[in-house]
Design a protein around this ligand. Structure first.
Ligand code: 5BU
Length: 471
């Protein structure tokens, strides 16, 4: 009998069951959600604390929960059920008993004796397994569990989660190609409790503000993903090209060629082209911009294998941005692989850049006194995660792993200029922020020997990266 048939059969006989809302209200009486001021394991403050383990002590609710979880998997087919230890173990067990689909047990640590197996139970290579999790936050612990299960040659397509804390985990797993089914998200829980008079309006507002700010669970830089791993969940073709180029050329360097004549730009592009993944331009500072210049630059980019990045920093309503992107003398849309844009005009304004060009939005600026504070950055990051054509952000602090981080304000010999720019070294931004790409302007184009400087920045950037990933 297939999983689909079993699940359908369960629901056919349970028309008198409690609904999701009733279930939640009963479950909350067990104290599974507390409100107040808490500090999570990751060090982040939180106005609520969730612990679904008490559900295991209510056979009635555990049984009901298992039916809801199975129901959310109605369109999925699987041959095994596995819970992420420990909180999801009773849930997975109940699902197995309810559906008749076999359970396997994932250990937290391998046994120190005997077979040293991480997975217990009866299974064979190639079988599909659904993973059950109680609460999803960043998704990191789920990824570790998935890796261990996949090492045993089982296939995971679906993950079912009771509660999503809305802190990036679902997006991370979806980006990796998994189907994530969530029973509740925290906003929904807050609304239901408020509707039933169990949560005061002020508390609702406090929590919603906290959720809007989405404080990201920081991934320690030592655990950063390699470019090859980021490539696996990069959806955008220009984003893929950028990551592939980094691996091929062993470079995370973007040269910002901020000079004002086409001739000088072409000369510098020839000189530093072998060392960079992209050349960044400000076309509106070029005194003799022409279509001919762009076609020559494109040829160099093809020959030297780098991308073209226009740092236009769009900051207008969608309609105007579209005109600035496609028209005028620069016709940016016809040649730029990547562009920068502010996100100040909101989500819709970013859609006008289409699918072909990758958009990098500005979350934080490098200059002294920049108004891009943490609240602003968090909102930009939330937008970046939602927008399909956005591959990452320009920022001076860490980003969630599924966004690429571009950091300007990088210089090996200077701490800043007299106009507010602040510089850090490649080592600092790569090891402390886990930056994916360093952007260097004057450190290269204004040096006595741009080629030698580009080599120096390429080496410094790549060595810091290798050091970080432990090679
Ligand atoms: P520099 O010469 O290394 O300071 O050049 C840095 C480049 O990066 C320059 O083109 C800036 O316009 C760009 N930049 C920046 O420096 N800081 C920022 O926050 C952003 C862009 Br966004």
């Amino acid at each position: 009998m297939t999983a689909l048939f079993v699940i359908f059969a369960i629901f056919a006989q349970t028309s008198t069951r409690m609904n999701k809302e009733q279930f939640l209200l009963k479950a909350c009486r067990l104290g599974i959600i507390k409100f107040g001021n808490f500090t999570l394991k990751s060090g982040i403050p939180s106005p609520f604390y969730i612990d679904l383990r008490p559900l295991a002590s209510s056979p009635e609710l555990l049984k009901e929960l298992s039916k809801f979880l199975l129901n959310s998997l109605q369109d999925s087919d699987f041959e095994l059920i596995c819970g992420v230890p420990y909180a999801a173990l009773p849930m997975a067990t109940a699902m197995s008993l309810e559906s008749g689909i076999p359970l396997i047990i994932k250990r937290k640590e391998a046994k120190g004796y005997g077979t040293k197996k991480m997975l217990e139970g009866i299974f064979h290579e190639g079988q599909t397994c659904v993973l059950v999790e109680d609460v999803i936050t960043s998704g990191k612990s789920l990824i570790e569990t998935i890796d261990e299960i996949e090492k045993e040659h089982l296939k995971i397509n679906d993950i079912v989660v009771v509660l999503d804390r809305e802190q990036g985990g679902v997006a991370l797993l979806k980006n990796k190609g998994y189907k994530v089914h969530t029973l509740f998200n925290i906003s929904e829980v807050i609304d239901i409790l408020h509707k039933h008079g169990q949560l005061a309006q002020e508390e609702v507002l406090r929590i919603k503000n906290f959720l809007a700010e989405k404080p990201e669970v920081k991934v320690s830089p030592e655990k950063r993903l390699k470019y090859e791993e980021k490539l696996a969940f990069q959806q955008h073709c220009a984003g893929k090209k950028l990551l592939k180029t980094a691996v091929q050329k062993k470079s995370n360097l973007i040269a910002s060629i901020d000079v004002t004549t086409s001739e000088k730009i072409l000369e510098l592009a020839e000189e530093v082209g072998d060392n960079v993944v992209a050349v960044k331009l400000h076309t509106d500072i070029i005194s003799d911009f022409s279509d001919d210049f762009i076609s020559k630059l494109k040829k160099i980019a093809e020959k030297k294998n780098f991308l073209l990045f226009e740092d236009r920093k769009f900051a207008d309503i969608g309609n105007t941005q579209q005109l600035q992107f496609e028209k005028g003398i620069y016709k940016i849309s016809s040649w730029a692989d990547l562009i920068t844009s502010h996100a100040i005009a909101g989500e819709e304004s970013l859609k006008v850049f289409g699918e072909k060009t990758a958009v990098v939005i500005i979350a934080e600026m490098s200059s002294k006194g920049a108004l891009t504070d943490e609240h602003y950055k968090n909102q930009v990051v939330a937008l970046a995660k939602k927008s399909e054509n956005v591959i990452g952000c320009v920022a001076q602090s860490q980003l969630p792993e599924n966004l690429l981080l571009f950091t300007p304000g990088v210089n090996l010999t200077s701490a800043g200029d007299a106009k507010g720019q602040q510089f850090n070294t490649p080592e600092k931004v790569i090891t402390e922020l886990a930056t994916d790409f360093i952007i260097v302007g004057r450190g290269i184009y204004a040096s006595a020997d741009p080629k030698a400087s580009a080599e120096k920045y390429q080496k410094a950037g790549w060595e810091a990266y290798l050091c970080l990933i432990g090679k």
